[in-house]
Design a protein around this ligand. Structure first.
Ligand code: BTN
Length: 320
């Protein structure tokens, strides 16, 4: 059975194509062609009809439909299955449920908006519709629990690489997993895991990347601390392309992670974060810790040399 993707692939943007030509090319009836043109229009594609000439595609909707993302995928295992929803409470929560039901590694859950997007430390993640990317990647690495905390660092490296490729801006990284531009947050990453004994059963890596939202979209609570690619460059981005390239780039770093090259991930991350040797202040929920940063431990903890000795911090917020 011909899919939406097949119909879109035969529609030109300049030349018209007739119903009978489409029916011949896709091996479907003329009636089926008409039905599918209606279906494509219902997805928001602007298909023009001209009597006696046929159809042509005038405009694609700004939507993260799987077939739009697939056009950019070169990955082998990540993103082979894309699950798309207009709205979800949280792509992470949804992906977690799918993982419990046994869905395969590499499955990605993508939503246009989240009604209860989750951030680190029980915070919420601002997720307006149709502007940004909210994606959760289901992974099943056969590794011990002690290694999994380096996975979000690999992920933040992949986001940084993507951002640099797409916009020419060099983002910086902030512990633990934020991708920043000019001191403002562009992307957050949330890792959720399920374990069996000391092994990882599955992991969900949730990425919230601010792409096309503008200053006016931001609620006052995050104005001045959040940014987007659009806010930084004045350019609107093709979100499907950004999402496809993000998946490809993530796979590259995931492979480094799986090869057990945690030291490489750590050194790449430290280089981009430029935090080693700096004075830092961090809140860990119980109070403020100030000291000299000694970089990242191989389990993802931040090492801080304080007056009372070196502290290993697993969760918290950097103040500077
Ligand atoms: C952070 O606090 O920095 C982490 C934010 C992670 C947000 C993403 S958006 C996609 C995925 N689904 C969620 O509910 N959260 C993550």
């Amino acid at each position: 059975m011909a899919k939406v993707k097949d119909f879109l692939s035969v529609l030109g943007t300049e030349e018209y194509i007739s119903t009978s030509r489409i029916s011949e090319r896709l091996g479907v009836s003329r009636d089926n062609v008409r039905k599918n043109i209606m279906r494509i229009r219902s997805y928001g594609y602007n298909v023009e009809t001209k009597r006696g000439r046929g159809y042509r595609l005038l405009e694609r909707p700004d939507r993260l439909y799987p077939w739009e993302i697939e056009a950019y995928l070169t990955s082998r295992r990540i993103g082979r299955r894309l699950i798309y929803k207009e709205s979800l409470a949280s792509t992470n929560t949804y992906a977690y449920e799918l993982a419990r039901r046994g869905l395969e590694e590499g499955t990605c859950v993508i939503a246009e908006k989240q009604t209860a997007g989750k951030g680190r430390l029980e915070r919420s993640w601002f997720s307006p519709e149709g502007k940004n990317i909210y994606i959760s990647i289901l992974l099943r690495p056969h590794i011990s629990l002690s290694k999994i905390n380096m996975l979000p660092f690999a992920c933040s490296l992949s986001v940084a690489e993507l951002v640099e490729k797409a916009s020419n801006i060099r983002p910086s990284l902030k512990w633990p997993n934020d991708v920043m531009i000019g001191g403002k947050k562009l992307c957050g990453i949330l890792l959720e895991i399920s374990s069996l004994k000391e092994m990882v059963n599955f992991a969900i890596v949730g990425i919230g990347l601010n792409v096309n939202m503008g200053e006016d979209d931001l609620p006052p609570t995050i104005r001045g601390i959040a940014t987007s690619l659009y806010m930084e460059t004045g350019v609107k981005y093709d979100r499907a392309k950004i999402c496809g390239v993000l998946i490809n780039t993530f796979e590259k770093y995931y492979e480094i992670f799986l090869k057990d090259d945690l030291y490489l991930i750590r050194s790449l991350w430290e280089e981009k974060a430029q935090i080693r040797g700096k004075w830092v202040t961090l809140s860990d929920g119980t109070g403020l810790i100030t000291g000299l940063c000694d970089g990242l431990d191989i389990d993802g903890a931040l090492l801080i040399i304080t007056e009372t000795g070196t502290r290993k911090i697993y969760a918290g917020d950097l103040r500077n």
